[in-house]
Design a protein. Structure first.
Ligand SMILES: [Cu+2]
Length: 239
């Protein structure tokens, strides 16, 4: 065998080994699991939601939309923040399933959709007008599919972990969303009050990452004790 080829084979073997050692391991049951919960709040005065004029399909989309880029509730809770443990090696099994992603009133619902890698996203069109679903992916194949009114569901299987995948409707410029495909089950997306909870976490020291599409990213260290809830409250703001 040629020496360069041998080198390439050795490199490949090494990278396969590295991938195996860093892979997440799912176990049947987590003994004495704890949880991580908290709230993500806006620091300072939250800006009013940006208004976006609607220039087509007004009978379905309305005249004006509020941008989903930043949704801050009455108590300053920030919706749609992705919360994920970044350094967990072992815990409950990742179970791919089915996630639903709807287009209704010319908005994507949910705006941020997190699921287990290997899941199928059922893309619905509840509007009865033409939308298209255009993803920008790197780990998974990008796709761009028109969804006319007669096509009620498109199934998209997302095989690989990827964070995040941008989704855009080319027909309606304000329509965008984010998909997050995870390689372990310890993630959450904040609700309208900015609250989240991640359960069944094996006791240990973790790094928890908070990501918001316009406010950026921050990391917190968290210690989880057996059968206890570790509270993590975070503030984010525009830089
Ligand atoms: Cu659309």
């Amino acid at each position: 065998m040629h020496r360069a080829m041998l080198g390439a084979v050795a490199l490949l073997a090494a990278s396969v080994l590295a991938a195996q050692t860093s892979a997440y391991e799912g176990v049947d049951a987590v003994a004495d699991g704890g949880s991580i919960s908290g709230e993500v709040k806006y620091q300072g005065d939250a800006p009013a939601p940006a208004k976006v004029p609607v220039t087509k399909d007004n009978e379905v989309c309305g005249k004006e939309k509020e941008s989903p880029d930043l949704i801050v509730g009455a108590d300053k809770g920030i919706a749609n923040v992705v919360v994920r443990i970044t350094n967990i090696q072992k815990g409950k099994k990742l179970t791919p399933g089915t996630a639903t992603f709807d287009q209704k009133g010319c908005e994507y619902n949910p705006h941020v959709l997190a699921f287990a890698a290997g899941s199928t996203v059922n893309i619905l069109n509840s509007d009865g007008i033409l939308h298209n679903v255009h993803t920008t992916s790197t780990a998974n194949p990008s796709f761009n599919q028109a969804q006319p009114k007669f096509k009620k569901t498109i199934e998209a299987k997302i095989e690989k972990p990827e964070f995040p995948i941008k989704v855009q409707c080319d027909a309606h410029g304000w329509m965008h969303a984010w998909w997050v495909s995870e390689d372990h089950p310890y993630y959450a997306v904040t609700d309208a009050k900015g609250a989240f909870k991640i359960a069944d976490v094996p006791p240990g020291d973790y790094e928890v990452e908070f990501w918001h599409e316009t406010l950026g990213k921050q990391t917190q260290k968290v210690s989880v004790k057996a059968k206890e809830d570790a509270k993590v409250n975070v503030q984010m703001t525009k830089k």
